[in-house]
Write a protein that binds this ligand. Structure first.
Ligand code: GDP
Ligand code: CA
Length: 336
């Protein structure tokens, strides 16, 4: 079986680890990773979501933190700070720096990001094919208004430095409209037997991947069933500030509202992101909500999306594997 999953960072990576535990030998998992979080720091190209997937599946992740390397040290960061060179709010450890140096060196030598990612994965052996959504530069920006006025800032500045404490007025995936899907992305979607949306951020992770022209259309046109898992439980994100970026696109932070935002496959979704000129079409055949949101199943099904309530907390490997199994089972139930 060929499984394709769209993924952001922590939520995507942890789910993928559970998925790897339940697939049969010989099944192939292709991950289409979000690169809208990418940022240039200290002259280096940093791809936080790709690296979170690679380190998590390759056994190098800092488990408690969910991002960055286990057993990390920060000598380079301290030396940079001693020179007064920032930013100090983005925590790059010494081991992590090596990844960004290798990546930047290969990009400078002319390799596309997809080839660089493959080379990095040669070391980590994540057990999935990890493709960036695009080889072209896309950077998510967030429009805010504060005492300095209205301006757009890089997503990382909004998320990591400001902790999303200011309201997000708009989410702008800069460069997305002219970006092309990376080699293999559209082919993997078209050839998939199952397409999964892990409980990644619907706006700045999965939404950004879908903002690359061609990817949303390919998912909508794919013969494979598309099943997603809610990152929202009981009206709040399990982790992080997804409610802030959902508000920016006019979507309530609830398990059912996120499902209806993605929309029933083939139908016009109930809400849409600003700015894109491509025709928006819905994507989902099936949706999983947490048991705490069992009363929202009816609303999702009324929108034409098959919905089940199951435990959705990735508290340990067994619980995460059970979520992946439930997603694959729902995919079989909705297969036409
Ligand atoms: P990021 O790029 O590191 O922010 O990670 P993702 O976009 O892949 O995932 C972030 C989302 O994962 C957040 O909106 C969380 O609510 C969600 N999430 C994290 N842990 C869990 C969990 O245990 N269960 C569910 N259902 N969602 C989770
Ligand atoms: Ca991310």
């Amino acid at each position: 079986m060929r499984i394709v999953a769209l993924a952001g960072g922590i939520g995507g990576a942890r789910f993928l680890r559970g998925l790897k535990d339940v697939v049969a030998p010989g099944d192939e998992i292709t991950v289409i990773g979000n690169t809208g979080d990418d940022i240039h720091l200290f002259g280096l190209k940093v791809c936080p979501d790709l690296d979170t997937v690679m380190y998590t599946l390759g056994g190098g992740i800092h488990e408690e933190q969910g991002w960055g390397r286990a057993g990390e040290t920060f000598a380079v960061k301290e030396e940079l700070a001693a020179y007064g060179v920032g930013p100090s709010w983005f925590g790059l450890g010494d081991k992590d720096f090596a990844t960004h140096i290798v990546r930047t060196q290969m990009l400078a030598a002319g390799y596309p990001l997809s080839a660089v990612t493959e080379a990095l994965c040669d070391r980590w052996q994540p057990g999935v094919r990890l493709l960036p959504m695009s080889d072209d530069r896309v950077e998510t920006h967030v429009r805010i208004t504060d005492e300095r006025g209205t301006r757009a800032i890089h997503f990382q500045e909004y998320w990591v430095k400001l902790h999303a404490a200011v309201d997000a007025e708009a989410i702008i995936p800069v460069g997305a409209q002219t970006a092309k899907p990376a080699p293999g992305v559209l082919e993997a979607i078209a050839a998939a037997d199952v397409i999964l949306f892990p409980p990644s951020n619907p706006v700045v992770s999965i939404g950004t991947i879908l903002a690359v022209p061609g990817i949303r259309e390919a998912v909508a046109a794919a013969p494979a069933p598309v099943v997603g898992l809610s990152p929202i439980i009981g009206g709040a994100p399990v982790r992080g500030m997804a409610d802030k970026v959902l508000a920016a696109v006019g979507v309530e932070a609830s398990a059912s509202a996120v499902a209806l935002h993605y929309g029933k496959k083939g139908a016009e979704p109930s809400s849409s992101r600003e700015g894109g000129d491509e025709r928006l079409v819905g994507l989902l055949d099936g949706w999983l909500v947490d048991e705490a949101d069992a009363d929202s199943v009816a609303a999702v099904e009324a929108g034409g999306i098959s919905c089940r309530a199951v435990p959705l907390l990735m508290s340990d490997p067994a619980a995460t594997a059970a979520m992946a199994r439930a997603a694959l089972e729902l995919a079989e139930q909705v297969r036409r």
